[in-house]
Design a protein around this ligand. Structure first.
Ligand SMILES: NC(=O)C1=CN([C@@H]2O[C@H](COP(=O)(O)OP(=O)(O)OC[C@H]3O[C@@H](n4cnc5c(N)ncnc54)[C@H](O)[C@@H]3O)[C@@H](O)[C@H]2O)C=CC1
Ligand SMILES: O=C(O)C(=O)Cc1ccc(O)cc1
Length: 363
């Protein structure tokens, strides 16, 4: 049997457990730090066995996944280095930053075990094993940060196992990883939290702020509901990158202040045009999908059952729908559904079929 040990059975650890559990020749052991959590992991079915002993979890493991908050990763690497791990054991992590854990693993005496850093670029603002999902990583990118010295057979072995996640593996240097995710993930979380807290302050004296907050505000602040401990650790860990980015952000805000003070509408327009052009070229990737996506929008009344009706209609015509999304920013007007397809042909046939049955289709 291949033994996989998971430390930190939360959103990410639990989702990995779901991907590996029940696969041929695999047994998944979860490590719990509380008895109440142990029962929950079994009940949720994310692991085969649970133990509260770090040694018992790690003993004989072929793979060890560290899925704890970033601030705890190093102490786990250290504790593992005190144990007699199975020769050839692969230790990996899922932390949102990679440079510090890579440096720590380089220093640690891991015997015949090998560390390969990892970061699935998929998740959500939810946390805990309750939010775990078998499909969390499907089509997402999964970053691995092997060292130049990491023997290829170990990288291959981990890559083969990760195939169960259905994610796409990419290799990135740890420092480069931290710079990139600083800009595309960590800074946006800071901005979302700062914005929500600004409005929270106003709403204390005027309840209309929260009553009217919809659409754009909700779109860009979903991630402000993310787990405080997980994000405390990420931001503190990636502080050098973030301090640089925040200074650039500050100067970007000052540019906006200048534009408004000088009533420079032309510059505002240009800023929106440039941002819009760049954003429209971003690959639309729900959960990090890497395939091109073909989309259309349909006007539908906002009532229960409408998604099922549209999906059934397309299913009956053997049209493969890859995603459906309700556009929340149109809350008080007739609902708008975004339909996504992986193939141009599916989109073309959907447009034709939906038109035939009377829906207004937009691009
Ligand atoms: N939340 C997300 O969307 C993503 C998170 N990550 C990374 O995955 C790791 C886990 O994050 P989530 O699964 O979201 O968190 P989570 O809060 O859902 O799970 C964390 C788990 O670690 C356990 N744990 C063990 N030692 C702990 C300690 N000292 N302090 C706090 N919890 C401890 C908790 O009991 C819990 O089961 C983090 O390193 C995070 O940076 C990576 C990709 C996406
Ligand atoms: O909820 C979202 O959109 C996220 O941004 C999820 C996420 C959180 C942390 C990561 O390191 C990677 C992905």
């Amino acid at each position: 049997m291949t033994k996989i040990a998971i430390f930190g059975v939360g959103l990410i650890g639990g989702s990995l457990g779901l991907c590996f559990k029940g696969k041929p020749g695999i047994t998944v052991v979860g490590h719990a730090i509380r008895e109440s959590s142990a029962a929950k992991y079994l009940e949720r079915g994310v692991v085969d066995h649970v133990t509260m002993s770090l040694r018992e979890a790690a003993e004989g493991a072929d793979f060890i996944f560290l899925c704890v908050p970033v601030g705890s990763l190093e102490s786990y690497v250290h504790e593992l280095s005190q144990l007699d791990l199975k020769p050839g054991c692969i230790i990996t992590d899922v932390g949102s930053t990679k440079a510090s854990v890579a440096a720590c693993a380089r220093q640690a005496r891991l015997g015949d075990a090998v560390f390969i850093g990892g970061h699935p670029m998929a998740g959500s603002e939810r946390s805990g094993v309750e939010a775990a999902s078998l499909y969390l990583f499907e089509n997402a990118f999964y970053v691995l940060t092997p060292e130049a010295e990491t023997p290829q057979p170990y990288i291959d072995k981990l890559t083969d196992l990760l195939a169960y996640t259905k994610a796409h593996i990419v290799h990135v240097h740890p420092e480069e990883h931290d710079e990139i995710v600083g800009a595309i993930s960590h800074l946006p979380h800071i901005i979302a939290v700062a914005l929500v807290n600004l409005v929270r302050g106003y709403s204390q004296s005027n309840s209309l702020y929260s009553l009217l907050a919809a659409g754009g505000f909700r779109d860009i602040t979903r991630i402000a509901a993310s787990d405080p401990v997980v994000w405390r650790d990420i931001l503190v860990n990636n502080r050098d990158v973030l301090l640089k980015l925040l200074k650039e952000w500050q100067s970007g805000m000052e540019t906006f202040i200048d534009m408004l003070e000088n009533e420079n509408g032309e510059a505002v327009e240009t800023a929106f045009k440039e941002a819009g052009e760049f954003r429209s070229k971003l690959p639309e990737r729900r959960k990090g999908m890497i395939h091109s996506i073909y989309e259309c929008y349909i006007d539908v009344p906002d009532h229960p059952g409408i998604i099922g009706k549209v999906a059934t209609e397309l299913g009956n015509s053997a049209i493969n729908l890859s995603n459906v999304q309700i556009i929340e920013s149109r809350e008080d007007v007739p609902g708008v559904l975004r339909l996504s397809f992986r193939k141009q042909d599916d989109l073309d046939r959907a447009v034709e079929r939906l038109g035939e049955i009377g829906y207004a289709v937009h691009f």
